[in-house]
Structure formats: structure tokens, C-alpha cells
Design a protein around this ligand. Structure first.
Ligand SMILES: [Zn+2]
Length: 550
């Protein structure tokens, strides 16, 4: 937004206060640029695993920006660039291959390396397919563009020619930004060696306006050149621009107006700084609007596609609805680190906040606080399908984990009915969509428990008194009284909860000691889910029988 005092009116100042979420601010900044047709980009190199951290800058943020622009009536093109023309320089952890077999391909482009897994055309194809096959489920629908194909089709030919003709200017900018010392006569271009097929081992020493002369002697610590020497036309995929030029060339070719990237690219001397200068000074275009995007940490660790410690989009679908990932990404400003915690019940907070946003969105009340309006707005960006008229049924994630553990043998459909009957959800009748939604969350909770949950969330309902159980006389007596009270009549949660306190008071038993005794007997643990509803869900006869034997 323009900041020169004169045209900075009060109205604009007030408008600033009206932003509820960061997407609106970005949209407003883009509108100031008076561009009619927008091109929104994300990009990724398929050298290793794509994780949900990549999804933030390269898929989700571009998707939200595209949506906001479209909703404002702009013509928008959303592209995802797959940088499969990049060279292969390491084998990521977490992929089992014969290393020696693959190391000989180091230095070739990712499309020319065999697939690490059978059934895929090549290295890039294998890793790309894992991502692309999941996009639909997240409601992300970019045009997919392969760099390799774009170069082969000649899309980059003009950009390459410009770079070679202005090699001296490029060199100056490159050295200025990177504090580098590229020598005079340096040409920033990577020719694919016609003899050995490697792309990172060639260097160009001459350009005659039509052809370049290259030598395959640019040895790397991971790849050796074959010493081939030849003249070639650097077009139609015979050569590639190095990353610092490939990126702005891509902006130039497609007329990119928005693209974010991980914040490491935005460091001083990084590829954002050089890219923006190259675009302006070499290609003569205005750089796109960019937002430095922070990392996403999982359990305090940065995800890395080459280290194998990743949560892929597919992994996400095992434990949470895709809307929750979108919700998380839309909630946090890109400049904020997301510290996602999958191995503690803090993970429930995300699900809870999503459910809360849903309730607020469907709440018809007119006066909403700023926070409520933010949540409702973020909820909209999280949606993949059309939002229904009526609020869908909500099954709290935490409760879902309790119930699936309470009835480990029962089919999910049956569990959904029990949840309804026992009053865990506020819904008179369940539609088939409601049931589907509940079964889905139950399945996700089950998967989460199996793969990620910490021990303190897991439990097994006991069918006999745990061995070695040690209770005081008062604890025993309290459980016996609960057992006989349970048999006396039908209870509701609140009544039963109050009864626990009456019994404790009567016996002079500490409440904490009472609850511990109950969980010791029911779960062989010191803690557990809320006791009164838990007992009623388990069935009071079953609990009474067990407590009676304590
Ligand atoms: Zn070679």
C-alpha cells in the first residue's frame, strides 16, 4: 500500500482496521497494483518428499490468494511449477534404494533419473505423483506445469537468449547480490551434456548469438564431468538456467503477479533479492507480490523433504480432515511459524478451533466480535465443498478418541449411533451425511491413536480388576457405593457427577483419590476421560459389576 502522506486518507487508515485476516490485506495490496489478469504461482522440486510445510507456501497460500482474487472478479491463473529439470544431487532419507546404483546418475536432471520405486517413469515422476494425486482431496486445483516440458517446448528460449546477450550485466548483479566473484566471460547457463547426460557438470565459455560452446568439466563433489566439448543451440530443453535466473525467467514468461516462498529465499543475498533485480533489470518486468513464508514445525522440528521426517498430504488425510489443514494454513499469517504438534493432545486444539469456527460461521447473530469474524472468514477459506445450509453435526475429536477406545471391537457405524443415543452430541436426529461425517472422524481418531497418540491419551477398558491394584478402604467403599447407586435407577451425566461428590463427602474421601480409584479399576490408569459420561457410555451395568468387585 502506498505510504506517501498526501494520498493516505483517513478512509484508508480505517480500512486497515477492517482486515480480519491476512488474505484480505494481501488482496488489498494486489488491488493497488491495478492488474486485471493475475497469475499466481507455487513451485517445488521433486527431488524428495513433499510435506505439509511445502504445502503452505507452494499450494495453500497461492490457493487462498487465487480464491480471494477470483471472488473479487479478477481473472486468475494458478500454476504449480514442478521443477523436474533440476539436477539430482542427493538421495533423500526414507527411500530405500541401492545407493551406488543411483549415485551414478548424480548431476543429471530429475526427469532423466530412473524411478526409485517400480511403476513410475522416473525419479521426478515418482515424487510428483505422491503430491499431485492428493491435491484434489484438498480442493487445490492449480495447472501443473513441468519445467522440463516447458524448456523442451521452447518456452524458455527467449529468456535464455536475453540472459546470454546480457551475460555481463547478469554477472554484475549476481556478484553484487551474492558478494560473489563470477569472472568476466562467465555465462549463467547449464547445458545438458550430449555425451553423459549431466546438466550440472557443464560450463559455457562462448556464445555467438546462436550457439554456445560448452565443456563438461565443471566437476562437482557429487558428480564428475565427462570432458566432452561441443557447440550447441541452447534452446528446446538443451540447456537450463540456474535457479537464480530460472525463477525470474519463470515470472517473466508467465507474467507472475503473486508468488510466495519459504523465508530462507528471502534472506539478504538470497534468490528473492537476485530474482527481483534480474526481473526488473534484465527482463524489464515488474516483480510479483511476495510474502516471506515461515516454516512449519512439527513437534519442534523443521520438516525436510530430504531427511525423510515428513508428514505428506496423504499422511495428513489419515488423521485429520483436509479442511483442518487448510484451516490451519489460513489461520496463521505466513510470517508466523506454525508449530504443529501431532504427538500430544494439543493437536485436539486445532480440531476444536475448527469446530468453533464452524459454529460461529453458522451462528445467525448479527453482532460478532473481531475474533468471531476472523474465525468465520478463515472457515470459508478452509472449505473444499460448497458450504451446506445447515450446520453439519460436530463430533469433538477428543471425544472421538475416547469412544473408539471404549468400543474397540464395534463397527464405526454402530459407535456413531451409541454417541448419539448417549447424548455426546447435540442433535435430535442424524441424517446420513451426519453419520458419514461422524464415522469419518471416528476413523481419523482411530488412526491417530494407532500412529501418533501419546501414551497418556491411550487406554484399554478393563474387563476384570487389574492385577496388583492397591486401593484404600475408603476408595473401595466409595466404588462399592457407586456400584449400588448405579443399579438403583437411570442416571444422567450431571446427576451422576454430583453423586460422586456427595459420596466423597459422606466418606471423607478426597475427590482426587476417588477419581484415581475409578480410573485404576476401569482403565488401569490414574487418569481418563470425564468420568460420568464415560460410565454412562460404557454401560452402567458393566461398570457396576466391576466396581462391585473392587
Ligand atoms: Zn558430459
Amino acid at each position: 500500500m502506498s505510504n506517501n502522506g498526501n494520498n493516505h486518507t483517513n478512509k484508508e487508515n480505517n480500512k486497515e482496521l477492517d482486515y480480519y485476516i491476512w488474505i484480505e490485506k494481501a488482496l488489498d495490496d494486489l488491488k493497488q497494483k491495478n492488474i486485471k489478469r493475475h497469475v499466481v504461482h507455487g513451485g517445488w522440486t521433486p527431488s524428495g518428499f513433499f510435506h505439509i510445510g511445502n504445502a503452505r507456501a507452494e499450494l495453500m497460500i497461492p490457493t487462498f490468494i487465487s480464491k480471494s482474487l477470483k471472488d473479487e472478479g479478477f481473472e486468475v491463473k494458478h500454476n504449480l511449477i514442478i521443477d523436474d529439470f533440476d539436477d539430482f544431487d542427493k538421495i533423500p532419507k526414507g527411500i530405500k534404494v541401492n545407493e551406488a546404483e543411483f549415485e551414478k546418475h548424480f548431476g543429471k536432471c530429475l526427469r532423466d533419473v530412473p524411478s526409485p520405486v517400480e511403476g513410475y517413469a522416473n525419479w521426478a515422476d515418482y515424487f510428483s505423483k505422491q503430491v499431485l494425486s492428493a491435491l484434489d482431496e484438498f480442493g487445490v486445483k492449480p495447472n501443473i506445469l513441468s519445467s522440463y516440458d516447458c524448456y523442451k517446448q521452447g518456452l524458455y528460449d527467449e529468456a535464455i537468449k536475453i540472459v546470454l546477450n546480457k551475460a555481463e550485466e547478469v554477472r554484475k548483479i549476481w556478484n553484487e547480490v551474492t558478494s560473489g566473484d563470477k569472472p568476466k566471460g562467465w555465462y549463467p547457463i547449464m547445458v545438458v551434456c550430449e555425451k553423459c547426460g549431466k546438466i550440472s557438470t557443464t560450463k559455457v565459455r562462448e556464445w555467438n548469438g546462436q550457439e554456445v560452446e560448452y565443456l563438461c568439466t565443471n566437476h562437482r563433489n557429487y558428480a564428475e564431468g565427462c570432458r566432452h566439448k561441443a557447440w550447441v543451440r541452447p534452446e528446446k530443453g538443451r540447456a537450463k538456467l540456474p535457479w537464480r535466473l530460472h525463477w525470474p525467467a519463470t515470472w517473466f514468461i508467465h507474467g507472475v503477479t503473486f508468488e510466495t516462498a519459504g523465508k530462507d529465499h528471502f534472506a539478504a543475498g538470497g534468490s528473492v533479492e537476485s530474482g527481483r533485480r534480474f526481473l526488473k533489470e534484465i527482463f524489464g518486468k515488474e516483480p510479483p507480490y511476495q510474502i516471506p513464508t515461515e516454516f512449519l514445525l512439527v513437534d519442534d522440528a523443521k520438516l525436510s523433504g530430504s531427511s525423510g521426517n515428513v508428514i505428506s498430504l496423504r499422511d495428513w488425510l489419515d488423521f485429520a480432515e483436509p479442511e483442518l489443514l487448510r484451516f490451519m494454513m489460513a489461520s496463521y499469517k505466513p510470517q508466523t511459524v506454525i508449530n504443529f504438534d501431532l504427538h500430544s493432545n494439543k493437536f485436539f486444539l486445532l480440531a476444536d478451533r475448527y469446530d468453533e469456527a464452524e459454529r460461529i460461521y453458522f451462528d445467525k447473530k448479527e453482532e460478532k466480535s473481531k475474533r468471531e469474524r476472523q474465525l468465520a472468514e478463515i472457515y470459508k477459506y478452509a472449505q473444499i465443498r460448497e458450504i451446506p445450509e445447515k450446520m453439519p453435526v460436530q463430533l469433538n475429536y477428543n471425544i472421538a478418541t475416547v469412544i473408539v477406545q471404549t468400543f474397540p471391537e464395534k463397527p464405526l457405524g454402530e459407535i456413531a449411533s451409541i454417541i448419539h443415543e448417549k447424548g455426546w452430541i447435540a442433535r435430535k436426529t442424524l441424517t446420513s451425511q451426519d453419520k458419514q461425517r461422524m464415522e469419518k472422524r471416528l476413523q481419523l481418531a482411530k488412526n491417530w491413536l494407532e500412529r501418533y497418540a501419546p501414551e497418556d491419551v491411550k487406554f484399554v477398558v478393563q474387563d476384570k480388576i487389574p492385577r496388583g491394584l492397591q486401593l484404600s478402604d475408603r476408595q473401595r467403599e466409595a466404588l462399592h457405593i457407586v456400584a449400588s447407586r448405579l443399579n438403583e435407577k437411570e442416571w444422567d451425566q450431571k446427576e451422576l457427577f454430583n453423586e460422586f461428590y456427595i459420596i466423597c463427602q459422606h466418606l471423607g474421601l478426597n475427590n482426587t483419590d476417588f477419581f484415581r480409584a475409578a480410573y485404576n479399576v476401569l482403565l488401569d490408569k490414574d487418569r481418563g476421560p470425564k468420568l460420568a459420561p464415560f460410565i454412562l457410555t460404557l454401560g452402567k451395568e458393566r461398570v457396576a459389576a466391576l466396581f462391585g468387585k473392587a
